[in-house]
Design a protein around this ligand. Structure first.
Ligand code: 4AD
Length: 429
């Protein structure tokens, strides 16, 4: 048995090989049928000829439907007219399943494709998206593993909010009600006291009603946390990490990027260091981006789109006003009212893919900020404890892997960059 990609070379010419997979398309003209077969590695044109096959065998193959599953055996021939330059002259076959008509045909609308996502995943485009996602997950892990981080795990069912109560999903928990995690950050913070540098890849949940192109209610969150790191140290780490991840996609997924029609030169310019702007600078420059922002305004999808259209690589925005950020961000001692934090905004109109920064590590400052946020320190006793026993400066970040996949694959919406999107309106399939 061969994978299709193993057969597409001159050494295979004249060899008798078997390939198996799914019918990608089929065209019949009287005495000859062209079956383009697909497997996870590629496409090959296979030819059934009534001259060399029994009548029964020829008719069986000629009447196959798209996505039927088969094994085809035959000799390999070079043919520049064939879709991938080689052709298999079928001498025998095994049909695993002959399909009804495959429901997905050309020009189906977005909702139809979302309802049939379980079938649409087989398309060439979606297979490419899936492969690129695999590279992003792997390269995130590889980068952090190679830089002395340990992979750890936190719980998904929690009793605290990290990013504010308004986007918490509540779920029944025996006699009680608990929340689904918005971020594993606080749990990562507990583990830096054992391992210093830690990361996790886990789902995060946000009960966000937003119907923007970039919001999911469940997304894959890649988070890191490091003892002794300042906000600037963390940004340096992230820019090297993002550069590495993009480079891995360029190396491993070149053909996928072509399939998706991605402008590769845009990804090739993703090189560290990334420009850094203070929030206040962005406000001052806002008219250059066609925006009229005033100090204190938050950036939503539209503002970030307008800003990032002007850059060829991601940019950091730092020092947001404390009021715009969650309570755990460390106020900058040198810049009152501003947080030692950063967002990383991806270019080409994508916007925020990372949120991170330095954490409050002084007990009194944390207590003060929790009071301002009307949080009960008792609920967060374990988080507060970290500031009582050997507290150290530390920083961390959260990268939305689906946001990153959306940027790299440049689909219309984030929903087309994850196999099974969960949004306000979608919980199936
Ligand atoms: O900026 P956020 O809310 O930060 C945190 O959750 C921090 N606790 C992370 C940390 O420091 N460990 O979210 C981080 C990232 C965003 O930049 C974005 O990429 C992604 O998570 N994200 C979403 N992705 C898809 N759909 C949503 N609704 C998202 N909300 C956040």
């Amino acid at each position: 048995m061969h994978h299709i990609s193993q057969v597409l070379n001159d050494d295979s010419v004249g060899e008798l090989v078997s390939v198996r997979g799914w019918v990608y398309r089929i065209r019949t003209s009287g005495k000859i049928s062209f079956i383009v077969l697909r497997d996870s590695t590629g496409l090959i044109q296979c030819v059934a000829s009534s001259d060399s096959l029994s009548r029964e065998e020829f008719e069986k193959l000629s009447s196959l439907t798209v996505e039927s599953s088969v094994m085809l055996t035959g000799k390999v021939k070079k043919d520049s007219r064939a879709v991938t330059g080689y052709e298999l002259e079928i001498s025998s076959s095994l049909i695993y399943q002959r399909n009804q008509m495959f429901p997905i045909t050309k020009d189906k609308g977005e909702e139809f494709l979302l309802d049939n996502r379980h079938l649409w995943l087989r398309s060439r485009e979606f297979s490419s998206v899936l492969r690129i996602r695999a590279t992003l997950f792997k390269s995130f892990r590889d980068y952090l593993d190679e830089n002395e981080y340990y992979e750890v795990q936190g719980p998904m069912m929690v009793s605290t909010a990290t990013e504010g109560g308004s986007t918490l999903f509540k779920v029944p928990f025996f006699e009680d009600v608990v929340s689904l995690t918005q971020s594993s950050q606080f749990y990562l913070e507990t583990m830096i006291f054992s391992l210093e540098k830690v990361y996790t890849i886990a789902p995060s949940f946000r009960a966000e009603k937003s119907r923007t192109r970039r919001h999911l209610t469940e997304y894959w969150h890649a988070e890191g946390e490091a003892a002794w790191f300042s906000n600037e140290d963390m940004m340096k780490e992230e820019e090297k990490m993002i550069e590495y991840m993009v480079k891995q996609v360029l190396e491993r997924n070149h053909d996928d990027l072509i399939t998706l029609g991605r402008d590769i030169s845009k990804l090739e310019s993703v090189k560290a260091p990334f420009p850094r702007f203070k929030y206040s600078e962005i406000i001052k420059k806002s008219s250059e981006f066609g925006l009229s922002l005033k100090y204190g305004d938050d950036f939503g999808a539209d503002e970030e789109r307008a800003i990032t259209m002007n850059f060829d690589r991601p940019i950091f925005v730092t020092h947001y006003p404390l009021e715009l950020k969650a309570f755990y961000h460390r106020p900058d001692p040198d810049s009152p009212g501003e947080a030692l934090c950063h967002d990383l905004l991806a270019p080409e109109g994508i916007g925020e893919i990372i949120g991170g920064g330095e954490r409050i590590w002084e007990l009194d400052v944390l207590e003060e900020r929790m009071k301002n946020a009307s949080l009960n320190p008792q609920d967060y006793y374990w988080y507060v404890d970290l500031r009582k026993y050997g507290s150290v400066p530390h920083s961390g970040f959260g990268l939305g892997l689906d946001r990153m996949a959306w940027w790299i694959t440049k689909r219309d919406t984030i929903r087309d960059a994850i196999p099974f999107p969960r949004t306000v309106r979608r919980i199936r399939p």
